[in-house]
Write a protein that binds this ligand. Structure first.
Ligand code: NAD
Length: 480
């Protein structure tokens, strides 16, 4: 029986390994982590992450050929293939701070693999890492190997949170990069054989190590760039009276462009896009390519601009002040169908409104009060360094309440901001909400999920990203 061990039981390690275990009953899969808390949750009925379909997959194989454990060394030493899926946050200090990837977790995992291994192993980079990380890892492993042979592969993960299980069941492609030596090719084949249990062969791509590493950063940069492009257009639409939904539909009909990932919004979030672009920018700078670095930096700048523009729109519409006004925040996760709040635009929007002394009442169906409080207290990038967490400041505590119902959030509010596209926000009883709010009652739809015309008929003043503005909003221009 082939044995797989995955170091890191997070958003990637957990679902990916659960699907491998489900699709490959002849392989034993152990997912290990240094966090006892996380492993306990994986072994309970309350999994540590919310992902549609995940519960079912885990229930079907946990205890059969899928195991979650904190006994990292034992499972690594027994494995034939070791995936490394630890976090690779942005560095907060020292050389490259604010841009470069912090490979501390990766390096310590590599040193531990070298230390405990008693048989040859294939080590697979699952985390998103800078180009040439495999070379560094190879050096750590070979210089500490005590005669054991390691082959390094790059197998970046392309799943999207919220659709992770269907993405893993039916991936657009699986990418495997390895050395061009006979041993490297043999290792590629061994990993290919795992995926071949359910992925058609023509979707398993093999490349050299550096192409695989760079492809992941490039894919995330391209995806984020599409969002920033449509968001930049949304600002122009508002200025000219064009409708961004009509523009992106017309643009997306071009088969060279395609219709996906062209929705205007309050901005992109999630743990990867910003981190991976910053990492790409740093790599460009280190390779003497400042113009290329500058190009990709703009994608993040437009994202920040879009979040600021949204806050300014809220404040300017409400007579240029939200001080002591209750504002309902519907949705805090960075997208629907996940409880993940890492880099969610809701953090910046809430912080912007709190800066203007608003009183926030927040509702999200999957995010806990503790998480929201932590997110609104943390400094930039601290989210991926969980040890740096600070308690929420007393002023913020007074300004923020977290409730478990959209109606409760909206009661007595002056404005309502929709920041996550949860399906349930489309079908709320907006008449009831309108009646319970202060007047004039505003809706700021950061995801374009509501029917603005119907809401206007009820009496709301509605702002939808990139859509023609109400007369009220035209009279209250927002400066980004
Ligand atoms: P995560 O923070 O959810 O999980 C990482 C886990 O690794 C944590 O539970 C942490 O405790 C554990 N860990 C850290 N060091 C360890 C060590 N030495 N030994 C054992 N466990 C250790 O992160 P994630 O979202 O799963 O992302 C992991 C990697 O995958 C990152 O590089 C990320 O960029 C990449 N990625 C993420 C996504 C996504 O949607 N989240 C998608 C594709 C790729």
């Amino acid at each position: 029986m082939v044995k797989i061990c995955c170091i890191g039981a997070g958003y990637v390690g957990g679902p990916t390994m659960a699907v491998i275990a489900l699709k490959c009953p002849s392989i034993e899969v152990a997912v290990v982590d240094i966090s006892q808390h996380r492993i306990n949750a994986w072994n309970s009925d309350q999994l540590p992450i919310y992902e549609p379909g995940l519960d079912d997959v885990v229930k079907r194989c946990r205890g059969r050929n899928l195991f979650f454990s904190v006994d990292v060394e034992k499972h690594v030493s027994e494995a034939d293939i070791v995936f490394v899926s630890v976090n690779t946050p942005t560095k907060t200090r020292g050389l490259g701070a604010g841009k470069a990837a912090d490979l501390t977790y990766w390096e310590s995992a590599a040193r531990m693999i070298a230390d405990v291994s008693k048989s040859n192993k294939i080590v697979v980079e699952k985390s998103t890492v800078p180009v040439k990380t495999a070379e560094a890892i190879e050096k750590i492993l070979t210089h500490n190997s005590k005669g054991i042979k390691f082959q390094i592969l790059s197998n970046p993960e392309f799943l999207a949170e919220g659709t992770a299980i269907s993405d893993l069941f039916n991936p657009d492609r699986v990418l495997i990069g390895g050395r061009e030596t006979p041993e490297g090719q043999e290792a590629i084949k061994a990993l290919k054989d795992v995926y071949a249990h359910w992925v058609p062969e023509d979707r398993i791509l093999t490349t050299n190590l550096w192409s695989a590493e760079l492809s992941k950063l490039a894919a995330n940069a391209f995806l984020a760039q599409r969002i920033s492009s449509v968001n930049a257009m949304s600002a122009l639409c508002e200025a000219t009276g064009a409708d961004v939904t009509e523009v992106s539909y017309a643009v997306g009909k071009d088969t060279r462009i395609g219709p996906k990932f062209l929705n205007a919004s309050v901005g992109f979030g999630g743990s990867c896009f910003q981190k991976d672009i910053l990492n790409l920018v740093y790599i460009c700078e280190c390779n003497g390519l400042p113009d290329v670095a500058e190009y990709w930096k703009q994608v993040i700048k437009i994202n920040d601009y879009q979040k600021n523009r949204f806050v300014n729109r809220v404040v300017s519409s409400m007579f240029n002040t939200v001080s002591n006004k209750k504002i309902a925040i519907l949705g805090f996760a960075f997208k629907k169908d996940t409880g993940d709040t890492r880099e969610t635009p809701a953090i910046d929007v809430c912080k912007g409104l709190l800066g203007d002394k608003a009183l926030l009442s927040i509702y999200d169906p999957q995010v806990t009060i503790d998480q929201i409080q932590r997110d609104l207290t943390m400094n930039k990038f601290d989210w991926d360094h969980p040890l740096h967490l600070q308690p929420m400041s007393p002023t913020t505590v007074k300004q923020v309440s977290v409730v478990w119902d959209a109606y409760e959030a909206a009661k007595d509010a002056h404005g309502l901001c929709i920041l996550t596209e949860w399906d349930e926000f489309k079908t709320l009883d907006y008449k009831r909400i309108y009646e319970s709010m202060q007047k004039p009652a505003f809706v700021f739809d950061g995801r374009n999920v509501v029917n603005a015309d119907q809401l206007r008929e009820i009496g709301f003043i509605v702002y939808s990203i990139g859509k023609p503005l109400d007369a009220w909003l035209k009279d209250m221009p927002a400066v980004a």
